[in-house]
Design a protein around this ligand. Structure first.
Ligand SMILES: [Zn+2]
Length: 293
């Protein structure tokens, strides 16, 4: 049986645990397609895939799907990839925007957030807080030179807004003054300062995202590992992640970002839903057309 090796690796009981879990993946581009298929290959059996995009020829050098899927919704292409590895997996596909399908996240155990737009992540953050839904976010830096992954557990730590205010603003600094690149900073278009990275570099980040997600799903089992923080920052090339310190290629730095009690979204002073405008004013992000996943 196909599952035998996986069972020996993860353990029959733990595999049964994973098979019960329900995982959502929002954003089925390079990272999301890789993470979704990887989770299926690791024993996850229930998926909801959300993305409103169609696969184009220009995507396939950075996507788990290939030219045979061009013209199809990315969610459909990835659902097929999952079924080719795991025929009995239950995959619900939503070719649409999260704003219109937030209820689809009810009852999930974990959400994998693989959208590019930072604004979309703020919207997803709200939806997750309302449902007390754990989510794992990944961001890839300019040209795939690195990336970060954060596990957000509502009210047990920072929400994405607390986290981004801290990490996007302070920890990541320019590697080289001549290059004028601020890793992890928000660009004018509202996304991370990111040009497309190579598939290799995107999936290194997505692999860590999927693996940390898997570890979260195994909470309470003997396969679960305690991790050194809620955030890992990966260098694909030499990066100055901590000021004055060069992180070598293929290594990583862990960080623990704490919840901001005054956070506009999850802070204790917050009594009603905060407007996106207020958040943006706080974060300094300017709204642009097209920055929605
Ligand atoms: Zn917060």
């Amino acid at each position: 049986m196909m599952g035998d090796r996986l069972e020996r690796l993860i353990g029959a009981g733990n595999l049964a645990t994973l098979a019960q879990k329900r995982v959502g993946v929002i954003g089925l581009g390079s990272g999301g397609s890789f993470a979704a298929v990887s989770l299926a290959m690791s024993g996850v059996k229930h998926f909801i895939l959300i993305d409103d995009d169609v696969l184009e020829a220009g995507n396939v050098l950075r996507h788990a799907a290939d030219l045979t899927d061009v013209g199809r919704p990315k969610v459909e292409a990835v659902a097929d990839l999952i079924h080719r590895r795991s025929p009995d997996a239950e995959v619900r596909t939503i070719a649409g925007r999260i704003e219109d399908h937030a209820d689809a996240l009810d009852g999930l155990d974990l959400l994998v957030v693989a959208v590019d737009g930072e604004l979309a992540k703020y919207t997803i953050n709200q939806v997750c807080l309302e449902r007390n839904l754990a989510a794992i976010y990944a961001g890839v830096y300019a040209r795939g030179e690195g990336g970060d992954v954060v596990m957000i557990q509502p009210y047990k730590g920072p929400c994405y807004a607390c986290w981004a205010a801290e990490l996007r603003g302070e920890i990541l600094v320019t590697r080289d003054e001549d290059q004028e690149l601020d890793y992890g900073m928000i660009g004018e278009d509202g996304t991370l300062e990111a040009e497309p990275g190579l598939w290799l570099h995107v999936v290194r980040v997505a692999s860590v995202q999927a693996d940390i997600g898997l570890n979260y799903l195994l909470t309470g089992t003997d396969a679960h590992r305690e991790l050194p923080g809620n955030t890992v920052i990966l260098a694909n090339t030499a990066l100055e992640i901590i000021e004055g310190e060069i992180t070598p290629p293929y290594s990583a730095v862990w960080a623990t970002i704490t919840r901001d009690p005054n956070c506009l979204v999850c802070g204790t002073a917050q009594t009603s839903a905060v407007s996106l405008d207020a958040l943006l004013a706080e974060s300094g992000i300017e709204m642009q057309d097209g920055d929605r996943e």
